[in-house]
Design a protein around this ligand. Sequence first.
Ligand code: DGL
Length: 263
Amino acid sequence: MMANSNPIGFFDSGIGGTSIWKEVTSLLPKERTIYLSDSKNAPYGDRPTDEIIALAIKNTEFLLEKNCKLIVVACNTATTNAITYLRNTYTVPFIGIEPAIKPAALKTKTNKIGILATKGTLNSALFEKTSSTIKQHIHIKETIGKGLVPLIEAGKIASKEMQTLLASYITPMLEENIDCLVLGCTHYPYLIPYIKKIAGNRLTIIDSGQAVAKQTKVVLTKHECISDTASNAQYHFYINSKKTVLENIVKGQDKIQITEQDF
Ligand code: DGL
């Protein structure tokens, strides 16, 4: 394990994982972080597993060169397709993110839950394994959010186009009487206000951000490498496309540096 002042690494297919980064840095405000936004290769969700693993390796090696003491795979698609490979290959601890269908199954009153995620996540062996037990007593309405990630990456979160596409995914789930919606992609928390516009108060929306932050703290504590120096907190983002949308999404936070760089 590395020194306490070493950074925590994050990667995602783009800017979505910043929803996780915000939770982690709010729970652990003395940590230095390095975030990789692999926007050039987004979306991961339509790619075959071997390509997702290759991209996860590339991102991991970049973060290891920067001496990251722990890596948060801030992407459901990369976690469900690649985390087993990563854990078997590297000694650094990995924290992954998976759709929170277990908490949703405990919360539902209609016994029907919806999940909005990428094709890559919903078709993964890991998701199949987690969901199969739950499916024995809860109806899970799975919906692929095709097209949502590219719109978010293009900064069109509040667009008419987004609202129409989102309604085409949420309305059929409401018609099936779901009362909990699991957001199975780290980009989607940015859509919560727009989902609420469609669903009103009919849905409890569940994502895994806080659970990931807590787990990160548990693992750092176990390895005795939590930073206890406030001045250590600095946030470096690398993005391999234009930084404008990312800049907008993390603005208001100090100690931020964003580098446009190919990787
Ligand atoms: N943020 C990624 C996830 O959680 C987006 C996937 C994609 O790039 O398709 O799955």
